[in-house]
Design a protein. Structure first.
Length: 182
C-alpha cells in the first residue's frame, strides 16, 4: 500500500477553547489548513504565499500553535476506498500487558495496518487492549493479512476478534471556521 503523506490532505485537530492567544495571522492560517495542506512539494511555502509570510514563519506559527495546545496534532485522512482497498476490519487483541508496547511497535510496521493503538480493557465484557485497523482489497485479503500477523508475531494463542466495517462514514478533518465562497 503506497500511502505517501504528500498525496493526501493533512488535517489539524484544534483546541480553540484553550486559553491561548493567537492573532489574525494565526486565525487565517487555521482557516487555510482546516481543509488540508496543499498537495505540493512545498505546502508550507504555498501557505506562506497566501498569507504574505515566508515558509519559515508558517512553520514557526504551526509549532507555536501546537506547543500552546491550539493545534493538538496533524493527521492524514486516507480515503482507502479510492485506493482500491474496499474492505477493512478493526482487529482487537487481548495482549499481555508486559509485551503490548513492543508488539504494537512491531505490528505498526506492517503496510496493511493503518492504525495500531492501546486501549484499556473493560472487564469482564471487553478483554481487548490492542486495536489494529487492517485494510485489504477484499474481505479475504483482510483475513489473510490477519493470518500473516498471527504467524509472524506468534499470536496463535492470543484471543482476538475481527470487526469488519459495515458502513463508511465521511472522512475529513473538523471545520472550525466557515470559509465564505468567493
Amino acid at each position: 500500500m503506497d500511502m505517501k503523506v504528500n498525496h493526501f490532505p493533512c488535517f489539524p485537530e484544534l483546541n480553540l477553547s484553550a486559553n491561548n492567544k493567537f492573532d489574525k495571522q494565526d486565525q487565517a492560517l487555521i482557516v487555510l489548513i482546516q481543509t488540508g495542506l496543499p498537495i505540493s512539494a512545498t505546502p508550507y511555502a504555498d501557505l506562506g504565499r497566501e498569507l504574505g509570510i515566508n515558509e519559515n514563519e508558517v512553520l514557526l506559527r504551526l509549532k507555536r500553535l501546537n506547543k500552546s495546545g491550539v493545534i493538538r496534532r496533524f493527521g492524514v485522512v486516507v480515503r482507502h476506498h479510492e485506493l482500491g482497498y474496499r474492505d477493512n476490519a478493526m482487529v482487537v487483541w487481548d495482549v499481555p500487558d508486559a509485551i503490548i508496547s513492543k508488539l504494537g511497535l512491531f505490528l505498526g510496521q506492517f503496510d496493511f495496518i493503518t492504525l495500531c493503538y492501546r486501549r484499556p480493557r473493560r472487564l469482564p465484557e471487553w478483554p481487548y487492549n490492542l486495536f489494529t485497523m487492517i485494510h485489504g482489497q477484499n474481505r479475504d485479503n483482510v483475513l489473510q493479512n490477519i493470518q500473516v500477523l498471527i504467524k509472524r508475531c506468534g499470536l496463535n494463542k492470543v484471543e482476538y476478534e475481527v470487526l469488519f466495517s459495515t458502513r463508511r462514514f465521511k472522512q475529513r478533518g473538523a471545520i472550525y471556521h466557515k470559509v465564505k465562497a468567493s
